[in-house]
Ligand binder design. Sequence first.
Ligand code: HEC
Length: 150
Amino acid sequence: MTVFFLAMKKINEQFLISNMKRITFITISLVLIMGVSCSSPKKEKSTATKEVATSIEPMVEEANPGKKLYKDKGCVVCHQVNTKLVGPAIKDIAAAYSGNKAGLTAFLRGEGKAIVDPSLASVMQPQIAITKALPAEELDEIVNYILSNK
Ligand code: HEC
């Protein structure tokens, strides 16, 4: 009987100790977790912003197939949105063809004359081979994209 009680006491003590150990462990963990989450809010914010930014970019391209085509076909190399580079800014092309979607489409099919900067027409001429070969709906998307830049 005494042996049994002694054994029970021992078990109880062990249980208490292990319980205390567990509580200490939990407290330390909590302090560590709080410390980590409090000390790096800025870092988390900036990576979060970056993640949002990188996930928005493909979404924008998906929503604007004309813009993607314009980039993929290399138009962007010579035509920036707002500034003249090798070719006129898209904004200036859009202004010249404002209300004249048919005219812009015809030009990119090789059926029109340069009206924006005729002196450089020979630079743009080879590019028309690319736009001419596009399926009608893709050309339409590029035209819509150009005209949307006002
Ligand atoms: C090598 C440089 C270059 C590339 C690449 C280029 N362009 Fe051009 N583009 C020019 C130059 C230079 C002009 C100015 C001459 C002119 O007005 O035709 C021009 C003019 C234009 C014009 C105005 C046409 C007009 O009536 O004057 C349109 C529209 C145009 N480009 C669309 C495009 C598209 C779409 C692409 C992509 C498939 C493209 N360009 C690729 C150089 C380029």
